[in-house]
Write a protein that binds this ligand. Sequence first.
Ligand SMILES: [Cu+2]
Length: 98
Amino acid sequence: MKNIVAMLALVLSLALAPDTATAQALIDGTVTKVDASASKITIRHGPIKKFDMDEGMTMVFAVKDAGLLSKVKAGDKVNFDADNVNGQFVLTKIDKAK
Ligand SMILES: [Cu+2]
């Protein structure tokens, strides 16, 4: 019986691990401008290792899905993710920071 409990605990921890990893991969930032008509957003962000940005900066991101922009406004603290698509940074995910 103890073995079954231990195994269930292990399975549960493995099942939950990917969620934690995803959450940690998001980038912290503050929205400084939303330009819905151009599908662009300006975000002041901290270092982003995967883009070799060692220091924080303010930069413009194109937006894959313009619907993402309805969730946030200038001044909001956010957690977001982006892809580098042929040298253009494209926002793929954004949520207000909790
Ligand atoms: Cu940057």
